[in-house]
Design a protein around this ligand. Structure first.
Ligand code: FES
Length: 161
């Protein structure tokens, strides 16, 4: 599979690298930029970043697999992210995640990114979304929701076109 980064994005990335005294220090920023553009970090993107920074692909792969904000497969059109950190875990986020997964025909016990067959929805657990006082907290794409009940979850799903 061919992989190419658009010229304007590569120019931005080249400029970004100049902000760091050591090229390698730009690794996370490059991964964020590519994920924002492509939706996930493919093995080809990992190799591209490694080459760009003069690293071995394993040096980049270990970042992609360590940080939960990086996705290795394409998310759905509507990305549901449920916080699983302490306040939300105590406030019912596991039940909320299970509710979404059951409604969408996904595995309620899988913590990683899952996408429906039609590509419309993806569900994943994420770490603290900085709304700890109003657990459970979640996001759907860029929209933020606090104190989400199962009824509210159904409304959020219903609002996704
Ligand atoms: S613990 Fe869920 S938002 Fe902070």
């Amino acid at each position: 599979m061919s992989f190419s980064v658009p010229a304007n994005l590569e120019a931005e990335i080249d400029e970004l690298i100049t902000h760091y005294p050591v090229k390698r220090s730009a690794s996370l920023m490059l991964l964020h930029a590519l994920q924002e553009h492509f939706g996930h970090i493919s093995p080809e993107a990992t190799q591209w970043v490694a080459k760009k920074l003069g690293l071995q692909p394993i040096n980049v792969h270990e970042l992609v697999t360590f940080y939960p904000m990086f996705r290795q497969s394409a998310p759905g059109k509507h990305q549901i992210k449920v916080c699983r950190t302490l306040s939300c875990a105590l406030g019912g986020s596991h039940k909320l995640h299970e509710h979404f997964c059951t409604k969408l025909g996904l595995d309620p016990h899988a913590h990683g990114l899952q996408t429906t067959k039609d590509g419309k929805f993806s569900v994943e657990f994420v770490e603290c979304l900085a709304g700890c006082g109003m657990a459970p907290v979640m996001m759907c794409n860029e929209d933020f929701f606090e104190g989400v009940s199962e009824k509210k979850a159904d409304e959020i799903l219903g609002g996704c076109k």
